[in-house]
Write a protein that binds this ligand. Structure first.
Ligand code: NAD
Ligand code: TYD
Length: 341
C-alpha cells in the first residue's frame, strides 16, 4: 500500500507518518508538504532515511491526478491545513486557499487517479460551540464560528459532495484538540510547557473557563489507522479522548508538574468569538471500528512534558525564528490578544 500523506511535516501528520511506518511494515509513505511556518522537516529527522518514506515539497493546490497515478498512490490522507484559530482571526486568506481550494484540488486529483480511499482530517470545531451540557455527535449540524473552522467545514462539505456526486471513496475524521510531541509552540499546551520551562508568563485568554476535550496525538493516529482500514466510505467519524478540561485547570496542572521556575499565570484579553466548550461523543468509532484511546490526560501530559524537556533544541529553534515575530505581534504589539492592564 502506498499512502500519500499531505501536511506530513506538521504536528499530527509527522506523528502519523511515524505511526504508519512502525505499525505497517509493508507500507510506503509519500509526504507532500508545502513547508509553511508550521511545516518542519526536523519533525521527521529520525525517519528521513527510511526507504519506505519519501518527502516531496509541494502545495496541495497544485496536485494533479497524473502525478498520483505515476506514484501508484492507493490512499490519500489529507492533514495539510492552516490550523491555528488565532492566525485565522488576523488573516483568513491562506485558510480559504489551503483548507477549501486546496481540498478541492486534492479531491479532484484523487478522483482522476481513482485512488481507493481518501481520508479528510477535519476537526470538531466545525460543529461550533457547546453550552455546559451535551456532546458533538456526527449528526450535530455544522456551525463553525471562526474563519479556521469555517474553512475546515468548507473542506468537509466538498468531501461530502464528492462522495455523493461522484461516488468518491471519501471519509471524514473529526477529532478534538490534540497534544503531544512536535506540536508547534503557538498552540496552548506546548506554549504553556515551553513558557513554564523558560520561567515565562503563561497567557490565559478571558476567564480561563473555556473547555477543550484533549486527546494525545498517538490516540488520534490509531483512530485514523482504524478509519483507513475499517471505516465506511461516505461516513463521518468523531474522535475524542474523553478528557474535558477547563483551560485554567490545564495551566494549573502544568505548573504543578513544572514547578521549579515559578511561572506566572497572566490573564489576557479574550480571543474574538472564542468558542466556549468542545466535547466529543466518540461512541460511533468505538462501537463500529473497535477503537479506543490508550492515554488519559495525566499519562499523555506526562509523556508530552517529558518530550519537551528532552527536546529543548527543537522548540528553542522554533521560538527563536519566525514564530518569535508572530509571538511579538500577538502578545507584545497587541495585534491579537492584548494583555489586560
Ligand atoms: P500543523 O499546522 O502543525 O501542520 C499543518 C501542515 O500542513 C504543515 O506541515 C504545513 O506546512 C502543511 N501545509 C499547509 N498548507 C499546505 C498546502 N497548501 N499544501 C501542502 N502542505 C501544506 O497542523 P496540525 O495540528 O498537525 O493539524 C493537522 C490537521 O489536523 C489539520 O487539518 C487540522 O485542521 C486537523 N486537526 C488538528 C487538531 C489539533 O489539535 N492540532 C485537532 C483536530 C484536527
Ligand atoms: P488552541 O491550542 O489555539 O486550540 P483551539 O483554539 O483550536 O481549541 O487553544 C486551546 C484553548 O486555549 C482555547 O480555548 C484558547 C486557549 N488559549 C489560551 O488561553 N491562551 C493561549 O495563549 C492560547 C494559544 C490558547
Amino acid at each position: 500500500m502506498i499512502l500519500l500523506i499531505t501536511g506530513g511535516a506538521g504536528f499530527i501528520g509527522s506523528n502519523f507518518i511515524r505511526y504508519i511506518l512502525k505499525h505497517h511494515r509493508n507500507y510506503k509513505v509519500i509526504n507532500l508538504d508545502k513547508l509553511t511556518y508550521a511545516g518542519n522537516l526536523e519533525n521527521l529527522r529520525d525517519i528521513e532515511k527510511n526507504k519506505r518514506y519519501r518527502f516531496v515539497k509541494g502545495d496541495i493546490l497544485k496536485t494533479k491526478g497524473e502525478w498520483l497515478k505515476a506514484k501508484g498512490v492507493d490512499a490519500v490522507i489529507n492533514f495539510a491545513a492552516e490550523s491555528h484559530v488565532d492566525r485565522s482571526i488576523i488573516d483568513s486568506a491562506d485558510f480559504i486557499q489551503t483548507n477549501v481550494v486546496g481540498t478541492q484540488a486534492l479531491l479532484e486529483a484523487s478522483r482522476e487517479a481513482k485512488i481507493k480511499r481518501y481520508i479528510q482530517i477535519s476537526t470538531d470545531e466545525v460543529y461550533g460551540s457547546l453550552g455546559r451540557s451535551g456532546y458533538f455527535t456526527e449528526k450535530t449540524p455544522l456551525s463553525p464560528n471562526s474563519p479556521y473552522s469555517a474553512s475546515k467545514a468548507g473542506g468537509d462539505l466538498l468531501v461530502r459532495a464528492y462522495c455523493h456526486t461522484h461516488k468518491f471513496p471519501g471519509i471524514i475524521a473529526r477529532c478534538s484538540n490534540n497534544y503531544g510531541p512536535y506540536q508547534f509552540p503557538e498552540k496552548f499546551i506546548p506554549l504553556l510547557i515551553t513558557n513554564a520551562l523558560e520561567g515565562k508568563q503563561l497567557p490565559v485568554y478571558g476567564d480561563g473557563l473555556n473547555v477543550r476535550d484533549w486527546i494525545y496525538v498517538d490516540d488520534h493516529c490509531s483512530a485514523i489507522d482504524a478509519i483507513l482500514h475499517k471505516g465506511k466510505i461516505g461516513e463521518v467519524y468523531n474522535i475524542g479522548g474523553n478528557s474535558e478540561k477547563k483551560n485554567i485547570d490545564v495551566v494549573k496542572k502544568i505548573i504543578a508538574l513544572i514547578s521549579h521556575r515559578s511561572p506566572i499565570i497572566k490573564f489576557v484579553q479574550d480571543r474574538k468569538g472564542h468558542d466556549r466548550r468542545y466535547a466529543i461523543d466518540s461512541t460511533k468509532i468505538r462501537k463500529e471500528l473497535g477503537w479506543k484511546p490508550e492515554y488519559d490526560f495525566e499519562k499523555g501530559l506526562d509523556a508530552t512534558i517529558d518530550w519537551y524537556i528532552k527536546n529543548k533544541n527543537w522548540w528553542k529553534r522554533i521560538k527563536k525564528g519566525e514564530y518569535k515575530k508572530y509571538y511579538k505581534k500577538m502578545y507584545e504589539e497587541g495585534k491579537g490578544q492584548k494583555a489586560n492592564g
